[in-house]
Every structure is written in C-alpha cells, then in structure tokens.
Design a binder for this molecule. Sequence first.
Ligand code: CP
Length: 304
Amino acid sequence: MHLINFKNLKGQQLMEIIDEAIEVKHKPEKHRTALDSKSLAMIFQKTSTRTRASFEVAMTQLGGHALYIDWRTTNFTMADVYDETQYLSRNVDCIMARLKENADLQGMAKASRVPVINGCDERYHPTQAIADLMTIKEKKGTLKGAKLVYIGIHNNVCNSLVEGCTKTGVRITTVTPIFNEPSRDEELLENARKTRLYESTLDVKEAVKDADFVYTDTWVDMEFFLDPKYAVEKEKRIKLMMPYQINKELLKESQAYIMHDMPIHRGYEINPDVIESPRSIIYEQSENRLYSAKAILLKLLGKY
Ligand code: CP
C-alpha cells in the first residue's frame, strides 16, 4: 500500500489513521519499539522543515531509523527513477519522497517493493491533510459536520484537504481566486462535489461567517518564492490575493480556529495579529505532523 493521495483509501480507513494519530500522541510509550530495525528512506528534491523533521523523529521514537537523502546528491539525478527505486526498496522498509513531479512519484510507487509516501508534490500533500484532520478532530471532537474554509490558491494542499475532508464528513468551502494549474485534478474535484460536502465561492466574508476552521497556505509555491524568474508572477498574485488575506478585519464576526500548514509568509496570506491570536491553532497543527507521521508509518508497515 502506498500513500500518494487518498484515492485508494476509504473514508473509514482515513479515519482509522487519524484516530491512531491521536492515540499515539497520548500513549507514545506503547509504540516505542513498534518499528524496531525498520528503515525509512526520505528523499527530498525540495526544501522542508516539518515533513523532514516529523518523519525522522517519528522513526526514531518508534524504534526505527530514517535516512535523509538529498536528491541532488544521489544518482536519481542521472538515472531512471524506476531503476534507482528498484534498488532502494530492496534496502529499506518504506520510502517517503518529496518530489517536484507527481509523475516521478508514480514511477517510484510502481518500482518500489515497499510502501511509498508522498511527502508533497505539485498535486497532493496527503501527510499534511492527515495532520490537519487530526487537529480538527481534536478541537471539535468529531469530523462529521465540521466546516472548514480554505482561503488562498487552489494548490496541492487544497486538493488533499478537499479529498480528505469530503471522505471524512467535513464540509469544505474553498475561496480560491487563482488555480495553480499544475495541481489540477478534475477527477478529485468531481468526486468531492458528488459528496455535496465541497463547494467553492469567491464571497470570502460570507464563507467565514459560520466556519469552524479557517485555513490558508502560501500564495506562491515554496520552490518559487525566492526565485527571481518568478518575481512578476509573484507580484501579480500578491496584488490579486491581498483582499483575501486572513486578518482581524476579515474574522471580526467569526469564532473560527485559524489553521495554516506552514511555512508562513507573514503579512501576505495571513497577518501576524491573527497568527498570535488565541484562535490560532497553527503551531498545534504543525506539532501534529509528528503524531500523524507515526500513524501513517505504523499503518503502511502493517502495525494496525
Ligand atoms: N507543511 C509542510 O509540509 O512543511 P514543510 O514544507 O516545512 O515540510
């Protein structure tokens, strides 16, 4: 079993992972040796703080070992993904990869003899969405009927949230004036629409009124944020997106919890006064990456 997105997971299976993450958080001792002698290869073609740290620490705390592999230092750069993965999966028990292109990740999954976890590509970010759903369940006590409003660019994070929410009974409204074309997955959106739990609007004030959770993400993909070649597009996006910034004014009639998957670009998609407000659960959400990583690893390695 791989975790590339949630297409092959039933809602019930996803909820089991979320419940396991909550359990692991409260009973870490129970799982201290669960992955004794197991190794996780973590391959990164892009930068990361949370995904790298959470999976590496998760393996350590479960009694296993994680290898951080910078793509640029490997022979993945000059050989076929298929052949390199054939080798790698004969030496480790699980692979987590953050790759630029979903097509390469699919190639990796096809070649691998062990589970492959998508650590975020241009289309999906499933490990983030599991931590997000865990956080929603902790705060609300239930997923069914909770309302999340995602405000920002329709991107990989948004796709996985739409998929994860609609599979677990969370109502999700997206307010996304810009669609990141490399992220587009019409099949995913069509399946989400069929559940009647997913809708899209540009009326941001109306959307947040009865929201339980308001969520945002960067307006510019991480690999482009400091890239001078992307400067014109970045400025265009900032101008268009500024009216959709999460700030006190937008939330003045809302009691919603504030979420962000991080890294945060302060003063762009979210104003600092909101990040520090009592309604913000951003840092708890990021802490939950660790427990959700553990639950994902335990699931894919057959421990529950
Ligand atoms: N949210 C997230 O995936 O963080 P990193 O990019 O730091 O891993």
